[in-house]
Ligand binder design. Structure first.
Ligand code: XMP
Length: 321
C-alpha cells in the first residue's frame, strides 16, 4: 500500500487542515466540485474542509438511497444549515433498490451500491453541474480492508482498478485518506463540528444494506431500520464504539398469540474498538439485553428471535455484509 498513514500521535490538526484546504483549492482551481454528505464523521469533515476551500463552488448533496436510518435525511440537512452549509436532498431511492434487487452475495451487493453511487448518481450530477471533481471521505481503514480483500468498501475505486476519470468522467479527491477514525474526529472537532457529529458512532457507506443478510428489499430495510432505532436508543449511553442491528435471512419458529409463527431473527452487535480494525463485544448487562429483546420483538413486526453477538473482530467483522 503506497499511502502513508498519519497516526493520531503524529497529527498536527491545525497544519493538516490548512494543508488540505490548500490542496483542495489548488486541485479544483476555478472549477466546481461535488460531494455527498451522509452525516457521518468522515463525510461531515470533508464537507467542512471542502467549503472552507471552495465556498459555494462545492455543491453538497445528501443522497437519499432509501437505506438510511429513520429521519436521517432531514436531520442532516437541517444540522448543516445551522453550520452555514446548504445541502441538497436528492431522492435516489428507486435507483439503489433496483440495483440491489435479487442480489444475495455480500460483495455483489456492495458492488451494486458502488455502481449506483458513482455511475448513476454522481455521473448524472457531474453532467448536470459541470463539476470535474468529487470530494469524499475515504479513510485509511477503508483502503486497508479493501486491499486485504476483506470487504470492498463502498468508496474504494483506484485500489480495485477503477479509474474514475476514465470510467465516470470526474476526479476523486480524498483528503482524509491517511487518517483513521480517531484522527478524523480530532479534525472534525477543530473544524467546529458539534460533538454529536464528531463523536458519532461510525455508520457504513452501504448504510442499512450492510445489515441485511440476503436480498435487500424495501420491506427488509424497513425491518432493520425499526430495529436499529431501538438499538440506538437503548445503547447510545453505553459508551461503545458502535452498536447495530442485523436482519438475518433464516427464519425460525416462534410463538405469537399462542400460535406458531415462522418469524424473523435480529442480531444485535455492540463493539468496543478504537478504530474498527479490531474489536470486541461490549459486556452489556443482562437487563439491557433483555430490554432490547423485549422491545424488538414487540415493536418490530415479524421478529420472534433476538440474539447478541459475542464474537471478536477478527474473525467477525463489525458489519454483517
Ligand atoms: P467492518 O464491517 O469491515 O467495518 O469490520 C469496519 C468499519 O467500517 C465501517 N464500514 C464502512 N464504512 N464504507 C464505509 O465508509 C463501507 O463500505 C463500510 N463498510 C463498513 C463499519 O461500520 C465499521 O465502522
Amino acid at each position: 500500500m503506497d499511502i502513508k498513514e498519519i497516526k493520531l500521535k503524529e497529527l498536527d490538526t491545525e497544519k493538516f487542515i490548512e494543508e488540505k484546504i490548500q490542496e483542495i483549492s489548488s486541485m479544483v482551481g476555478e472549477g466546481l466540485a461535488i460531494n455527498a454528505l451522509s452525516g457521518g464523521v468522515d463525510s461531515s469533515v470533508v464537507t467542512l474542509l471542502g467549503h472552507r476551500a471552495l465556498d459555494d463552488r462545492l455543491k453538497t448533496y445528501f443522497i437519499d438511497n432509501g437505506l438510511m436510518r429513520e429521519g436521517e435525511p432531514e436531520s442532516i440537512v437541517s444540522l448543516f444549515k445551522d453550520l452555514g452549509v446548504h445541502v441538497e436532498l436528492l431522492d435516489t431511492r428507486a435507483t439503489f433498490l433496483n440495483e440491489l434487487k435479487g442480489r444475495i452475495d455480500p460483495e455483489e451487493k456492495r458492488e451494486a451500491i458502488t455502481r449506483s453511487f458513482y455511475k448513476e448518481v454522481f455521473g448524472a450530477l457531474v453532467k448536470e453541474t459541470g463539476a470535474k471533481f468529487l470530494l469524499q471521505g475515504t479513510n485509511y481503514t477503508d483502503i486497508e480492508e479493501t486491499v486485504a480483500g476483506i470487504k470492498r468498501q463502498h468508496n474504494i475505486l483506484e485500489q480495485i482498478g477503477i479509474n474514475p476519470e476514465e470510467m465516470y468522467g470526474y476526479k476523486v479527491l480524498e483528503p482524509l485518506i491517511q487518517l483513521r477514525k480517531s484522527s478524523i474526529r480530532e479534525v472534525g472537532k477543530r473544524l467546529g463540528l458539534p460533538e454529536e457529529t464528531y463523536n458519532r458512532p461510525p455508520f457504513p457507506g452501504p448504510a442499512l444494506a450492510a445489515r441485511v443478510i440476503g436480498e435487500v428489499t424495501k420491506e427488509r430495510i424497513d425491518t432493520v431500520r425499526a430495529a436499529t432505532k431501538i438499538v440506538e436508543e437503548e445503547l447510545c449511553d453505553s459508551g461503545a464504539f458502535q452498536y447495530l442491528a442485523i436482519l438475518h435471512e433464516d427464519r425460525v419458529v416462534g410463538i405469537r398469540e399462542g400460535k406458531r409463527d415462522y418469524g424473523l431473527q435480529i442480531e444485535v452487535r455492540c463493539w468496543e474498538s478504537q478504530d474498527a480494525k479490531v474489536g470486541s463485544p461490549t459486556r452489556l448487562s443482562f437487563d439491557v439485553l433483555e430490554r432490547l429483546a423485549e422491545r424488538i420483538t414487540t415493536e418490530v413486526g415479524g421478529v420472534v428471535s433476538v440474539t447478541y453477538n459475542i464474537t471478536k473482530k477478527p474473525p467477525s467483522t463489525i458489519e454483517a455484509v
